[in-house]
Design a protein around this ligand. Sequence first.
Ligand code: A3D
Length: 320
Amino acid sequence: MARSKIALIGSGQIGGTLAHLAGLKELGDVVLFDIAEGTPQGKALDLYQSSPIDGFDSRLSGANDYSAIAGADVVIVTAGVPRKPGMSRDDLLGINLKVMSSVGQGIKENCPDAFVICITNPLDAMVWALQKFSGLPENKVVGMAGVLDSARFRTFLAMEFDVSVEDVTAFVLGGHGDTMVPLTRYSTVAGVPLPDLVKLGWTTQEKLDSIVQRTRDGGAEIVGLLKTGSAFYAPAAAAIQMAESYLKDKKRVLPCAAHLSGQFGVDDLYVGVPVVIGAGGVERIVEIELQGEEKAQFDKSVDAVKGLLDACKSIDTSLA
Ligand code: A3D
């Protein structure tokens, strides 16, 4: 069986880390693409030269021409501009919308059968625009945010409880970051829901609330520390988990920005919900019932995404 081909559009901080992880996990051959000349070629060669040491077989190459991504099985998109301190994800909207237009065209012409994972911010709007620009089926274009948000939540919970991160599961819905909806009753330590752990005295409601807030602000915390860009290790790890589930037909149940057409009462929007990712792309959307406050927060999140899409439609009238 031929090796899978993974195309990475954008060879910056996340793109380079994606290539490294895809190689280390032997997910397939990797093509790094970027508009910056030399960057994708240089990163590909550097990473290729790490393969004899780490013992992985993956051909890595770099390109500035979309023809190089022809026939890719998976495309992961990070092309665009990241946040600088003081900048909101929405400030990025205008710049990155133009980038999505050219990326969508490149995918449409070269690998229309690919599974596409978008990471570029503002995520919920960019993944929606990328699906429209590329014309790929809605179940083959998905956004990465929930896996990262829930990983941040899991990390902070494991720190608080002093238990293995592996035994902490977290369930988040909604838009990325500020409007994320953590479902504490579905988040557990080895199957014990967080509200029960509060009752058991493992933590207090106040501490739990502050962990939720820290998770919401997780991206900004890292931007503030790095000063020159945004998080890249954990975002790359999250997208690779999604790609692996598709390539190996693992059918992982992961929170992703998925296209909703009626589910959760939402139509033609990308919102973070639990989905099953397998060889068919987004094979199923897990439509759970939301309770009072959860529903209110989810609706607020959906409204925020709608606001972003309205802004996109006014910038690019072909999307209206
Ligand atoms: P960065 O290191 O700047 O890499 C972006 C790359 O995109 C650069 O190498 C650019 O040259 C390249 N680029 C710009 N325009 C184009 C174009 N038209 N075609 C191809 N390549 C282009 O950024 P990064 O890797 O740190 O972040 C990439 C994106 O991910 C940003 O939009 C971030 O905001 C976003 N991000 C999202 C999350 C989520 O959880 C959703 C987390 C972290 C970062």
